[in-house]
Design a binder for this molecule. Structure first.
Ligand SMILES: NC(=O)c1ccc[n+]([C@@H]2O[C@H](COP(=O)([O-])OP(=O)(O)OC[C@H]3O[C@@H](n4cnc5c(N)ncnc54)[C@H](OP(=O)(O)O)[C@@H]3O)[C@@H](O)[C@H]2O)c1
Length: 248
């Protein structure tokens, strides 16, 4: 039996568990398992690894994508430059970290970016990235790679604080990407605090949250005529890329 799993906290409904269980079933792999490991403290990880020697791969989710790094023996060079890890291989007791969120986000953003770029006379749009956690690091890496200038909005460690995001900032940033958990189930009434009245049909709003499918952030954008997309496409691509890493 080879085991895979997801670490994070709190872990509610998990797309990854459903995704991998269906995959193993489809491929007739009843020698494989995918479990959820809700770790209130990341310091519980060494005990989990000690008690589960059959673990060969882990996914990492909120809030541990950055905090996991000191627990790893090795870091893939791309994950090192992103500064966040969402996939781990475990071989002979050694943990190596990778980032497949970048593959997922690249796949999600490309069609929207091409469209915005064409509309802007072949000039990349400016972006506003909400939040500065693990997922934000993957988003920032991909935006840099694609030549998109962006500003980070944060409660403390970004370029702008939330109250600095006024109508002018919104109007010069046609691409707005939410990487905070605001609006994620069960807190479906929440949304990033933005001056939504400044959003127009020229805007594209991307939410990395995928549960619910139409978050309040996306709904407010849609009502203003903006193009909107949730994080579902990103999720599928990052999970497939994690599977490829585990099978390298
Ligand atoms: N679709 C996908 O494939 C995919 C992949 C990765 C993540 N996600 C989703 O993205 C979200 C973030 O994940 P993560 O791993 O980056 O989490 P994380 O490392 O905990 O970072 C979340 C960031 O959001 C901001 N934030 C959190 N609570 C906030 C609040 N109440 N008000 C304002 N800002 C707040 C914080 O930024 P500041 O500290 O700078 O304020 C925090 O660093 C989750 O909902 C996750 O499910 C989706």
């Amino acid at each position: 039996m080879q085991r895979y799993g997801l670490i994070g906290h709190p872990l509610g409904h998990s797309f990854s568990k459903v995704f991998f269980e269906e995959k193993f079933l489809r491929e007739g792999r009843n020698d494989l398992r995918y479990d959820l490991f809700d770790l209130p403290e990341l310091a519980e990880l060494p005990a989990l690894l000690r008690d589960s020697p059959e673990l060969v791969g882990l996914n990492v989710t909120i809030p541990y994508k950055e905090a996991i790094i000191p627990y790893l023996h090795e870091l893939d060079p791309i994950a090192a430059s992103v500064g966040a890890v969402n996939t781990i291989t475990i071989r002979d007791g050694r943990l190596k970290g990778y980032n497949t969120d970048i593959d997922g986000f690249r796949a999600l953003i490309m069609p929207f970016l091409d469209e915005l770029t064409a509309r802007g006379g072949d000039i990349r749009p400016r972006a506003l990235v909400l939040g500065t956690g693990g997922a934000s690091r993957a988003v920032a890496f991909v935006l840099r790679e694609l030549g998109v200038r962006f500003r980070l909005v944060s409660r403390g460690r970004g370029d702008l604080t939330w109250d600095q995001v006024d109508r002018t900032v919104i109007s010069v940033c046609p691409l707005i990407i939410n990487t905070t958990p605001l609006g994620m189930a069960p807190h479906v009434d929440e949304a990033p605090p933005l001056p939504y009245e400044a959003i127009t049909a020229r805007h594209t709003l991307i939410d990395l949250v995928y549960n619910p499918e139409m978050t309040r952030f996306l709904e407010l954008g849609r009502k203003a005529g903006a193009k909107v997309a949730n994080g579902r496409a990103m999720l599928t691509v990052q999970a497939e890329a994690a599977w490829a890493v585990w099978n390298e």
